[in-house]
Design a protein around this ligand. Structure first.
Ligand SMILES: [Zn+2]
Length: 405
């Protein structure tokens, strides 16, 4: 099977610029150049817009289940976790194997346009699955669960984990200041005490960041992951995101798990826009939001040489969205599941409209057909069999809104 081909698109978003009448040539899973192949060229439908595939900067794939659990607002994440673990839904979820839940989580992300996900969890939990999953779940990261006394002791502690990050040029990822009590609010001070607030540091939530914290983060060039859906559900508040943007801090958007966050990355970005408008009476620009789910997380996770934008030498991770070429950024920000028209990971089609059947026939051998929001799609693997198994396990016709089959 030849791996060299090209795509021609009326509109391409890199995401820094919008290019009209673009060609992109892929070989060996990578973007080679911006020409049409002399071999196989596929022309996208003219209302279809080409983007880099999306990057979900924060998820807990093991927790991919529904509905949301909790009765906030909470003072910090700890009592929420107690409610989660004592709920019937949690018992129901855990009848499924970890691998099945990871697969459901991967399809949740794939159907919403993401081929790269950060699963913030100890390596011993996700390592056995990572190579078997249909999308890219990041393998190389150092971590703490938390930096305050609420830490669940994932990893080897702040000092060693941060050191691993620097030595291996990988991110050091931690939840931080996810609460309003005094201990939660010490997060940045604790990192500073450990010399662990640096350009390697990737911090999730930060709902209690003070103006002083924001200045320190900006100076350190550390990265911030915003999960507005989960924050508003659990706490009724979120981080001072406008101040964080204005301080020049690199911000990405993550979904968290659907036990607290929005159902997928598309719902999360719409919610992010809504929250920003409610908080500040003005719009967060669609172009900025698109950066927060493409190039910004690629930088935060030190993967900008491979993913996050459409550039020569990067991996052929691509997303095609049906929308309006006159306003491509807002077409993505307002996209519904049915508008996700085609997705490639490393030049291989993973998901897409059956109208693009030729691409699947030529470039893939492992796919089935499903119907999403009334639109027929080809998809890698067999998510229908996965849902059939899940329904048999829980003993009734369970509906999961992020995998509506
Ligand atoms: Zn989390």
């Amino acid at each position: 099977m030849s791996t060299e081909f090209s795509l021609s698109a009326k509109t391409m978003v890199t995401p820094d610029e919008v290019v009209m009448d673009a060609h992109i040539r892929i070989d060996g899973g990578k973007i080679v150049d911006f020409s049409a192949s002399e071999g196989k060229n596929y022309t996208l439908q003219k209302e279809h817009i080409l983007f880099p595939a999306l990057f979900n900067a924060h998820d807990h794939l093991f927790g991919t289940y529904y509905p949301k659990i909790g009765d906030g607002p909470y003072v910090c994440w700890f009592p929420w976790d107690f409610d989660l673990k004592s709920s019937e839904i949690y018992q129901e979820r855990n009848k499924n194997t970890p691998f099945e839940l990871y697969m459901v989580g991967c399809y949740k992300n794939l159907l919403s346009g993401a081929t790269t996900v950060h699963d913030h969890i100890p390596h011993k939990i996700n390592d056995p699955f990572i190579e078997k999953l249909p999308i890219r779940v990041i393998k190389d990261y150092a971590l703490s669960h938390e930096v305050s006394v609420y830490d669940l002791k994932w990893g080897d502690g702040i000092d060693l984990e941060h050191k691993k990050a620097v030595q291996n040029n990988i991110p050091y990822v931690t939840h931080i200041e996810e609460g309003w009590d005094q201990e939660s609010m010490r997060g940045i001070d604790i990192l500073v005490e450990h010399n662990a607030l640096t350009e390697y540091t990737v911090m999730i939530h930060g709902i209690a960041f003070s103006q002083k914290d924001i200045k320190l983060i900006a100076k350190s060039k550390a990265h911030f992951i915003w999960c507005p859906g989960s924050n508003m559900f659990m706490f009724g508040k979120t981080a001072k995101v406008r101040d964080i943007v204005e301080a020049g801090i690199n911000i990405s958007i993550g979904t968290d798990s659907p036990s607290s966050g929005e159902i997928n990355l598309l719902a999360e970005i719409r919610f992010a826009k809504e929250v920003y408008r409610d908080l500040y009476g003005e719009d967060l620009e669609d172009r900025e939001i698109v950066r927060m789910i493409t190039i910004n997380p690629a930088r935060a996770f030190r993967m900008q040489d491979r993913v996050g934008s459409i550039d020569k030498g990067k991996l052929g991770d691509l997303l095609v969205v049906s929308g309006d070429g006159k306003d491509p950024y807002s077409s993505l920000v307002n996209a519904q599941l049915k508008n996700i028209a085609l997705i490639f990971k490393e030049g291989k089609p993973l998901y897409g409209d059956t109208d693009y059947g030729e691409i699947f026939e030529d470039l893939s051998s492992d796919y089935t057909k499903i119907t999403i929001e009334g639109k027929e799609k080809f998809v890698i693997g067999d998510p229908q069999a996965l849902m059939d198994k899940l329904r048999k396990t829980v003993g009734f016709h369970k509906e999961l809104p992020f995998l509506p089959i």
